[in-house]
Write a protein that binds this ligand. Structure first.
Ligand SMILES: [Zn+2]
Length: 305
């Protein structure tokens, strides 16, 4: 165990208020306590600080999105699909291509829900934020005389809830798109849509297609990708991996194909067309921790766990 720095020996009783203040400050326990709960239009965020000083634990930063699902088909147009002239439900996808929607049934519902929950789990506990040296609000005096404050890192969690008693932040429209009526030959697959609205509620709406070929890995990628758009706390819509990495042209159009690409040598990214994660994908949590602590998100270095 290192020797305590001069003047910070915790066993020495401070004799004056001044000395006490100096002691407390040297431990970093002083001001700047983080805010426990913050809200963005898209999610709530909770910061739990460790309580037990004996066993070092990280702080827990949990983003919670309260959502509801509509299963859109002929029976439930949900104000988002329309009927064609023979009574089928139809809807345009993210490429403005018209698709006919199949009905949901008792096998498809649970499949969709399971995939959606798995997609949320994909983001859960994947990042750690390093608490910057300049922030003392998460520091604890080290017991036992080392004299060096202990500063926990912050583990990042995601929770999706379906609580009818609190406001819904995300509405998911689940669809089973069937047909393709022409249009852009590059997109024969229903392109998912996530729309973020700063000024009205719910703040996020998502149109998620269930893949009829039964490709669950593909569904998982699409669902987790779209959830990635929701936990972008800024609603800035520059979340595709190319945009996050500053690829040219993405600032103007986050949906340009190049914005789905990551640099060579790293696995295809979740905010592109793969399942890989990079520290830049932690932006939602970095934005949240800035709100909790008042310390710029750029100072909270993210590490993929
Ligand atoms: Zn996207």
């Amino acid at each position: 165990m290192p020797n305590p720095p001069a003047g910070t020996n915790p066993s020495a009783r401070p004799s004056t208020d001044d000395e006490l203040l100096k002691l407390v400050t040297s431990f970093g326990v002083a001001p700047a306590a983080p805010q426990e709960q913050v809200e963005t239009p898209y999610f709530s965020s909770t910061l739990e600080v460790p309580t037990g000083l004996a066993a070092p634990q990280n702080a827990k930063l949990t983003i919670t999105v309260n959502y509801s699902v509509w299963f859109v088909d002929r029976n439930t147009l949900a104000g988002r699909a329309v009927r064609d002239n023979v009574g089928n439900a139809v809807m345009r996808d993210g490429s403005r291509t018209l698709f006919r929607l199949l009905d949901w049934d008792s096998r498809a519902w649970p499949y969709f829900k399971r995939q959606f929950e798995k997609a949320a789990e994909f983001w859960n506990n994947r990042f750690r934020l390093r608490t910057p040296d300049e922030y003392s609000g998460l520091s604890y005096p080290t017991l036992g005389g080392a004299g060096v404050p202990w500063r926990p890192d912050v583990d990042c969690y995601l929770r999706l809830t379906t609580n009818a008693k609190i406001p819904t932040q995300l509405v998911v429209y689940a669809v089973r798109p069937e047909t393709f009526d022409g249009g852009d030959p590059n997109y024969r697959e229903f392109r998912a849509i996530t729309s973020l609205h700063r000024s009205h509620r719910p703040a996020a709406e998502m149109f998620l297609p269930m893949n009829l070929k039964g490709d669950s890995a593909h569904d998982l990628q699409v669902f987790a990708h779209e959830i990635g758009h929701v936990i972008d706390a800024n609603g800035f819509r520059r979340d595709h991996i190319g945009s996050r990495l500053g690829t040219q042209g993405c600032f103007e159009d986050d949906n340009a194909p190049v914005c789905y690409n990551e640099p060579p040598g790293v696995p295809p990214n979740i905010m592109g067309i793969g399942m890989g994660l990079l520290p830049v994908n932690a932006d939602g949590w970095q934005t949240a921790i800035e709100k909790h602590t008042g310390v710029s998100k750029f100072k909270w270095e993210a590490v993929v766990r």
